[in-house]
Design a protein around this ligand. Structure first.
Ligand code: SF4
Ligand code: SF4
Length: 220
């Protein structure tokens, strides 16, 4: 049965709010890119959440009060968030919604269309992973940026890699609202508002690479 017919039937069977909630759930379970280290490097935690997060096995860092959080990929992502039902689920995880998810919730994009985007992005990521050099780094975003920049070392990445990476970065910005992975000389001032934190000193290597407005590597 085509997916859109399935969703028409489900919509008639349950309330609209529940349908949207279910659609959001289906989308995020099919995606997981914000948890799996493909979009972000780390996620912010509140001071009161640090101990519990450590207890869950998250790689928590807390020495800098302005950058307390945990690194991604998150070990609790196993096709879905394994602590989603916990009343202590991190605030950042509860609050974060990428652009695509907001579009689905706002009924500006259908779930099938959004799922197609996720599929395309995941295919692109797989293609790029084949072209990346071996690394012990588990965060895809870190690996991607390290291979793209700095410009004086750009020759170490092939044209094919750079074209594919450019395409992915356009998708990241267009569908997830994630941008500024690499330095752009004349970029516009960032308008991420309070939902994003400026890049600081968390990762020295990447810090040198990223743009003048910093990177926004937290989930919120
Ligand atoms: S990136 Fe967006 S669609 Fe994907 S899991 Fe995160 S919030 Fe959901
Ligand atoms: S705690 Fe859950 S929602 Fe938050 S990053 Fe980990 S898997 Fe994702």
């Amino acid at each position: 049965m085509p997916v859109f017919i399935y969703w028409d039937i489900i919509s008639c069977m349950i309330g609209n709010d529940e349908t949207i909630e279910s659609q959001a759930d289906i989308l995020c379970k099919a995606c997981g890119l914000c948890c799996s280290g493909h979009l972000f490097i780390w996620a912010k935690l509140r001071p009161s959440e640090l101990d519990r997060a450590e207890g869950w096995g998250l790689n928590v860092f807390r020495s800098d009060p302005s950058q307390r959080g945990f690194s991604l990929p998150c070990p609790l992502w196993k096709g879905q968030c394994t602590i989603h039902a916990s009343p202590h689920y991190p605030h950042v995880c509860r609050a974060y919604k990428c652009k695509l998810l907001k579009e689905v919730i706002g009924e500006n994009t259908s779930l099938p269309n959004a799922l197609t985007v996720i599929e395309q992005v995941k295919d692109m990521i797989q293609e790029l992973k084949k072209l990346l050099p071996p690394s012990t780094e588990t965060n895809f975003r870190e690996r991607l940026v390290a291979h793209l920049e700095p410009p004086e070392k750009a020759n170490h990445s092939t044209l094919d890699f750079r074209l594919k990476a450019d395409e992915l970065l356009i998708f990241y910005e267009t569908y997830f609202g994630v941008k500024d992975l690499i330095d752009k000389p004349d970029e516009e001032p960032f308008e991420g508002g309070d939902n994003f934190l400026p890049w600081n000193t968390f990762h020295e290597k990447t810090n040198k690479i990223l743009g003048k407005h910093g990177d926004f590597h937290t989930k919120i």
